[in-house]
Design a protein around this ligand. Structure first.
Ligand code: PLP
Length: 385
């Protein structure tokens, strides 16, 4: 039996072998293993140099200055630091935050926690294409709005926000603009300075780096104040204490550098693969696109299959690793809040699959997936009247 075809790159990516090679040089006695905060010896300086090199690699890909990068344990922590750290540090200026209903849980659950702390949140409903319009944001802005948080690319739909236009509205209303750019890095051009982004969360493991490391970009001018969530030692300009994981950081830097060189070519190749999948399904009825491909990244494709349920479909597709449009709670299967958020009917949301492609996806993978998918669909539809 061969390994399943992996079409769940939006959940995580394998580490690029070139990244793994760099990481392995930052672990053992013969490598760069020392504490980057050790200022009294050469091994410490070498580790610091590795960390600072990676800081530049990450900054370069997102149009930032290296001094604007704060290392974290991942984008979940970066989102927490951005929202909670900012709202707490700026509570004297206002208590209102604007975000959307289809943000990643790292933003949604943090905003809910802030509501319990006494902050107020406006939850914007996106358009059917998965995007919040600048007009909708403008209408939500209040005198006491201090922060707007919207994602660059949605992880279930692939929809791409017009960041520059949204930043302009946030700034006109006197607010700071945070972007969860996890799914955008290496997939669309990002330029924090040019797009007017003040805070940006990124992660390594969605872009062929290791799990457990990410960063928050924090604009330096005008200076943005954040209250630290993790104390002890004052690392990262006091915003995030803790010994820096040199091997993780070096790996993340390499992953970002590769994305800068190869991201565009990857996306062009992946677009052709996505179109191959769509073409291979064209003759089947009852397939709806939850992703509006005209305004989405090509590496994420969300489809609804009429007349079947997602769980049975997934069971029939054991040879393909992918995600459904639902989340299993303890008692019941609930449709994805993202699909619900853009108005996909419950019945279709429960029969949805997210295909996500990546650097190592081949035409043969797509053809195997197509064969399995067509077989499963035709079989399941025959069973249900
Ligand atoms: C994966 C993901 C996160 C969480 O990142 P981690 O590094 O796994 O904590 C946040 N936002 C989006 C959009 C994601 O896809």
């Amino acid at each position: 039996m061969s390994a399943p075809v992996y079409l769940d790159y939006a959940a995580t990516t394998p580490v690029d072998p070139r990244v793994a090679e760099v990481m392995s040089r930052h672990l053992t006695l013969d490598g760069v293993f020392a504490n980057p905060a050790s200022r009294s010896h050469m091994p410490g300086w070498q580790a610091e140099q590795a960390v600072e090199g990676a800081r530049r690699q990450v900054a370069d890909l997102i149009g930032a200055d290296p001094r604007e990068i704060v290392w974290t344990s991942g984008a979940t922590e970066a989102d927490n630091l951005a929202l909670t750290g900012f709202m707490r540090a700026n509570r004297a200026r206002g208590r209102h935050l604007v975000t959307s209903r289809i943000e990643h849980k790292a933003v949604v659950d943090t905003a809910k926690a802030l509501e319990r702390e006494g902050f107020e949140v406006t939850w914007l409903t996106p358009e059917r294409d998965g995007r919040v319009t600048p007009e909708a944001l403008r209408a939500a802005m209040r005198e006491d709005t201090t922060l707007v948080s919207l994602m660059a690319v949605n992880n279930e739909l692939g929809s791409i926000h017009d960041l520059a236009a949204l930043a302009e509205v946030a700034h006109a209303g006197g607010a700071v603009f945070h972007v969860d750019a996890v799914q955008a890095v290496g997939r669309i051009p990002l330029d924090a300075a040019a797009q007017g982004i003040d805070l940006m969360s990124v992660s390594a493991h969605k872009i062929y780096g290791p799990k457990g490391v990410g960063a928050l970009y924090v604009r330096r001018s005008p200076d943005i104040r954040l209250e630290a969530l993790i104390h002890g030692g004052g690392h990262e300009r006091g915003m995030r204490s803790g010994t820096l994981p040199t091997h993780q950081i070096a790996g993340m830097g390499e992953a970002f550098a590769i994305a800068g060189r190869e991201g565009e070519a990857d996306q062009a190749r992946i677009r052709a693969l996505r179109d191959r999948l769509l073409a291979g399904l064209e003759d089947l009825d009852g397939i709806h696109r939850n992703s509006v491909i005209e305004c989405a990244v090509p590496n994420i494709l969300n489809l609804a299959f009429e007349g079947v349920d997602g769980e049975s479909l997934l069971m029939a597709l054991r040879d393909i690793a992918l995600s459904t449009g639902s989340a299993c709670n303890s008692a019941s299967v609930e449709p994805s809040y993202v699909l619900k958020g853009i108005g996909v009917p419950r019945r279709l949301a429960l029969a949805s699959l997210r295909f996500s492609f990546g650097r190592f996806t081949s035409e043969a993978d797509i053809d195997r997936a197509l064969e399995a998918l067509r077989h499963a669909l035709i079989g399941l539809r025959r069973k249900t009247p």
